[in-house]
Design a binder for this molecule. Structure first.
Ligand code: PMP
Length: 290
């Protein structure tokens, strides 16, 4: 495996950054997770744009342009000869001293890893997922906005620990005010009366690229999406529920906190959108091997 590290493709064993990097010391940095389907990088420009917005929000200046990062990403996938897989881009604050001050970090580190992806077992997509709501609240947007995809994922990890203890693969996180925000690494949708409902981003959720894709695919089918705040009551009484994310794709949810959602099997609209999504990812995306 070859890893992109600050402009060079190096063997995995040599892909190392300093322990003084503030990404390591403080979680000071930003990242993206991107899929490769059928030799195409799905929504590459959208991911790079979100990465740059995340960087802007934490006042981190990437050492290369969006176009250069697009090229570097394509090059990394090509060097690893991947047709299907997952890309992780990380831009960390870089090496500094032991204090917090990011001004002491002179050059950000840029890493691109392209690898295979481990996803949920096929049964989950077939039978649906059982999830719970965790007590860890999603970061307040007033404190650390979840719109930023930063290296500081401790909030999500605390939620994941609760999910692990309950033996479920994902979990719902509520906002500080108790509204449904998102899952630990995915966005959430419910379906009620053939309409999609998803929490607004200002509540504290990542502007998911899969989320946006699903909204657009639904629109093409004449299914409307409403962004509105809702509570667990609306989830428990929904006709359908599903999660979206780059790694997870679209996952049907059939049980939340011991309550069956709808008929307790993946819903019709969920299945339709999953089908549309699988078709779409094969055609959309930046071609790696031209
Ligand atoms: N929410 C969180 C907290 C995430 O980390 C992610 C990405 N894994 C998502 C939502 C889904 O976003 P995307 O569809 O862009 O992968």
């Amino acid at each position: 495996m070859l890893v992109y590290l600050n402009g060079k493709l190096v063997p995995k064993e040599e892909a190392k950054v300093s322990v003084f990097d503030h990404g390591f010391l403080y979680g000071d940095g930003v990242f993206e997770g991107i899929r490769i389907y059928n030799g195409r990088i799905f929504k590459l420009r959208e991911h790079i744009e979100r990465l740059f917005y995340s960087a802007l929000a934490i006042a981190l200046e990437p050492p290369l342009t969006q176009d250069e990062l697009v090229e570097a990403t394509i090059e990394t996938v090509r060097a690893n000869n991947l047709r299907d897989g997952y890309i992780r881009i990380v831009i960390s604050r870089g090496e500094g001293d032991l204090g917090l001050d990011p001004q002491k970090c002179k050059s950000p580190n840029v890493v691109i890893i392209a690898d295979k992806i481990a996803i949920y077992p096929p049964e989950v997509y077939h039978n649906g997922m059982k999830i719970i709501t965790v007590s860890t609240r999603r970061n307040s947007p007033q404190a650390l906005n979840p719109n930023i995809k930063s290296l500081n994922y401790l909030n999500n990890i605390l939620a994941k620990i609760e999910a692990n203890r309950a033996n479920v693969p994902e979990a719902i996180m509520l906002s500080i005010d108790g509204y449904v925000a998102e899952a630990t690494g995915d966005n959430i949708f419910i379906v009620k009366n053939r309409r999609l409902i998803t929490p607004p981003l200002y509540l504290g959720a990542l502007p998911g690229i899969t989320r946006q894709t699903v909204i657009e695919l639904a629109e093409k089918r004449g299914i409307q999406t409403e962004e509105k705040t809702f509570t667990l009551y609306e989830v428990y009484t929904a006709d359908e529920c599903f999660l979206t994310g780059t790694a997870a794709e679209i996952v049907p949810v059939v049980e939340v906190d011991g309550r069956k959602i709808g008929k307790g099997i993946p819903g019709d609209i969920t299945l339709l959108l999953m089908e549309d999504f699988h078709q779409y990812v094969k055609e959309e995306g930046v071609e790696v091997y031209k």
